[in-house]
Design a binder for this molecule. Structure first.
Ligand code: HEM
Length: 450
């Protein structure tokens, strides 16, 4: 086979300008670059000369399926200062595989059933703060719910004082990470200097110290409990053992709890906000969902999460509005051919979720919100991959989808919501996620009695 020599560039602009364009509007950058094919060089992340964005399902299959020889999954240096050295994000190779084996069982789909009732109650609790007729931001409301879910389901915190204290610190931490002054420092390690709590990095460090103190206190208390541990994910992780029979250390548990919070909270909240937007912009979708839900009478959470149309609505939301537009990076380990191009060691590759989900050959009329497409066809894990793939595929997928479905089902069947206005929403970078720029402004019209 004759190999094409030059990898297509995503843009002819100088690298510094491409970086600015990508940072300011990643979606517009990717839309324009896509004209150069389904693999192109976009040197907009880090300092690598070759950063390939890939949106070809066959190529993605090869990259995800081969994690040891030709492609490897390096650590996430950007997040390491936040999540710590023992986080799954910071580990590679066999240590990463060990960590995944320890973390994944508590997130298994079947286990999620335990948390169904609790999630529905947390939705009603958050909704009770709204008054009829007053506009609210669906993204903020969803964030309130998903933070409560993480603290109850993952951390299992029941003490009110600690719950409230940790919650307010975590809101400050996630808000700081979204801010260009503090979150922006993640891109410039040399500027990460702790000059006291008035300096941006010092403020972040002080938040981290306070959060760590509470998390370690919770771990210690839980270890010392004589009674049987609870059903929350921290309890399961405390009991987990690796292949050599070793439990996780306190430092490992701490770093993983912070990781689950950073990876799991804003992502799920943003997905819920996009779903509420899409459903209420397309009233016929909301009506079909209500018919499906009403047909069940008073269903159990485990029945709700199996509903086909509700599932299709969640998938179509994540297709059209992927919360995360790129996978974590993969790296070429040894010379390899991909799509007729010769790749060399050290080159970086990203699965481009956004562009793959926009391919008209897979999703006809890709800009339209059409949940039915997920009922008519089954998509491969390289055509629809909102949660990434292969060795670093999201471990929280089951929890995220479970939560999304229960939040939507509870909101639609207990409350009547409408959009506050009809202007469209566009995705805007919010930390690592792409969230509706105006936060989806809605109004509560009616509460239905249970
Ligand atoms: C709608 C919500 C979510 C979306 C769209 C999402 C998406 C993703 C994506 C795209 C990746 C990178 C996968 C790759 O590189 O191939 C990822 C990784 C990860 N996600 Fe999620 N995620 C969501 C919710 C969650 C939740 C709820 C948790 C846990 C509570 C979680 C925990 C993680 C972790 C720990 C990783 C790193 C896995 C590793 O490096 O081995 N995510 N997620």
């Amino acid at each position: 086979m004759i190999l094409k020599t030059r990898l297509p560039d995503g843009s002819q602009a100088p690298r510094w300008l491409q970086k600015i364009q990508y940072t300011r509007n990643s979606i517009a950058y990717m839309d324009a670059a896509q004209r150069n094919g389904d693999i192109f060089n976009a040197p907009v992340i880090g300092n690598h000369d070759v950063v390939l964005f890939v949106s070809n399902p066959q190529a993605l299959q090869r990259i995800f399926a081969n994690n040891t020889k030709q492609f490897i999954a390096p650590l996430n240096q950007l997040l390491q200062p936040i999540v710590g050295d023992y986080s799954i994000f910071s580990l590679v190779g066999s240590r990463h595989r060990r960590e995944r084996r320890l973390l994944m069982p508590p997130f298994h789909g079947e286990r999620m059933q335990t948390y169904g009732q609790l999630i529905c109650e947390l939705v009603d609790k958050a909704m009770s703060s709204l008054s009829i007729g007053t506009p609210f931001s669906a993204r903020q409301l969803a964030q309130e719910i998903s933070l409560d879910v993480i603290l109850k389901v993952v951390f299992g915190i029941n003490q009110d004082d600690r719950f409230n204290h940790l919650k307010s610190l975590l809101v400050n931490l996630t808000d700081s990470l979204q801010s260009p002054f503090i979150g922006g420092l993640l891109f410039f390690p040399s500027l990460q200097k702790d000059w006291g709590t008035r300096s941006p990095w010092g403020y972040l460090r002080s938040l981290q110290r306070q959060i760590s103190e509470l998390v370690y206190a919770e771990i210690e208390e839980r270890r010392n409990q004589n009674q049987v541990l609870g059903s929350d994910i921290l309890s399961l992780l405390i009991s987990a053992r690796d292949q050599t029979g070793q439990p996780m250390t306190d430092a490992e548990l701490h770093d993983e709890l912070i990781t689950l919070l950073i990876a799991g909270q804003d992502t799920t909240a943003t997905a819920i906000a996009w779903a509420l937007y899409a459903i209420h912009r397309h009233p016929q979708v909301g009506e079909k969902l209500l018919v499906e839900l009403n047909h069940l009478g008073s269903p159990e959470p485990k029945t709700i999460v199996q509903l086909p149309y509700l599932t299709a609505v969640c998938h179509e939301t994540l297709r059209l509005f992927p919360v995360v537009v790129l996978t974590n990076p993969r790296e070429v380990k040894e010379p390899v051919e991909l799509m007729g191009h010769q790749l060399e060691p050290g080159m970086r590759l990203y699965g481009c979720i956004y562009l793959t989900h926009q391919r008209p050959d897979i999703y006809p009329e890709p800009k339209l919100f059409k949940p039915e497409r997920f009922l008519e066809r089954q998509f491969s894990p390289y055509e629809f991959f909102a949660f990434g793939g292969g060795a670093r595929r999201c471990i929280g997928e089951a929890l995220a989808l479970f939560e999304m479905k229960l939040v939507l089902a509870t909101m639609l069947s207990h409350y009547r919501l409408v959009m506050a206005d009809q202007s469209p929403e566009y995705p805007q970078r919010r930390g690592v996620t792409f969230a509706p720029a105006r936060g989806v402004q809605m109004v509560l019209k009616e509460k239905f009695s249970a």
